[in-house]
Design a protein around this ligand. Structure first.
Ligand SMILES: [Zn+2]
Length: 295
């Protein structure tokens, strides 16, 4: 771990000129490393910085202008490492291919990312071939940018979500089909509006929480030291959506969202899980980012 981090630091200083080179170097270095899955005795969670979305008006999320302060949205990507395998959860707003290899951030509209995902993954010892499962909270383009990189993993998706992704999304849907097109032929575990215990021991559970999109889902983790945790996808964007009972104006079904929020609320009470709103800047400012981790 220390050796790898030290290597990553040196490579970072020496090789910022070419991210592609850094990725290649990482792969070469990691050939000699022990297989990463199975090297933990209990689940571990890494949070990667996959960028920021700036300048979204609060009106989009059901508030009046000035009612709550506007904030930048953090864009996290997550890696769960379990003794039996790995799960990537949400894969960013900017594709790694958008980086020019000059060490500079990549920007697309309101979204900017300082660094691509794969070098961050490599820094903690993983490459796409090490990823057993891919899960997306939902199909919005700020969660799917690098999905094609994980097409060799088993994709876990709710049927109504997949149907929309490869069907005809209504005009105005926040979707970039090209970012996940390779998933069409990926090994897929289709869920029929149900929860799914990913590794069969109750420590990593995908929960069906539709409404934001037809098959929106959230991720429940039982971490040994940290305790129970719910990574909430876009069930909320601002904490005030929860306290002031507001909904984004672009929900696929506000009625479903309301029901899902009530059910998740009950689940949080029952499990005493802490909830992280993925985009919430205040939550994320306090969290450890990779190479640090939660376990
Ligand atoms: Zn989002």
């Amino acid at each position: 771990m220390l050796t790898r981090a030290g290597w990553a630091g040196r490579a970072g200083r020496a090789g910022r000129a070419a991210f592609a080179g850094a990725v290649l170097l990482a792969s070469v270095t990691l050939v000699a490393a022990p297989p990463p899955a199975g090297k933990v005795s209990s689940p571990r969670l890494y949070i990667f910085d996959c960028g920021v979305i700036k300048g979204l008006g609060v009106e989009l999320f059901g508030f009046k202008a000035g009612e709550v302060p506007p904030r930048d949205f953090f864009v996290p990507c997550y890696l769960v490492v379990h003794p039996k395998g790995t799960l990537m959860w949400d894969v960013g707003v900017i594709a790694d291919s958008a980086f020019k290899g000059d060490g500079k951030p990549a920007t697309d509209g309101r979204s900017t990312a300082d660094k691509p995902l794969l070098p961050q993954l490599a820094e903690v010892g993983y490459k796409p071939a090490d990823i057993t499962y891919l899960g997306l909270s939902h199909y919005h383009s700020d969660h799917t940018a690098n999905a094609n990189l994980f097409a060799a993993s088993t994709w876990i998706v709710q049927k109504p979500e997949r149907d929309m992704m490869f069907g005809t999304p209504p005009p105005g849907t926040i979707i970039q089909t090209a970012t996940f097109s390779a998933l069409k032929d990926a090994k897929t575990r289709i869920l029929n509006g149900e929860d799914h215990d990913v590794f069969g021991d109750g420590t990593v559970v995908i929960k069906y929480a539709p409404g934001h999109t037809p098959g929106h889902q959230v991720l429940f983790l039982k971490l040994k030291k940290f305790g129970p945790l719910l990574v909430a996808g876009d069930l909320y964007h601002f904490p005030e959506e929860q306290t002031m009972n507001r909904f984004p104006g672009f929900e696929f079904s506000k009625e479903q969202s309301a029901k899902a929020r009530v059910e998740i609320d009950e689940f949080l009470k029952k499990t005493k899980a802490q909830m992280w709103i993925e985009h919430d800047a205040a939550t994320n400012a306090k969290l450890k980012k990779a190479p640090e981790y939660y376990e």
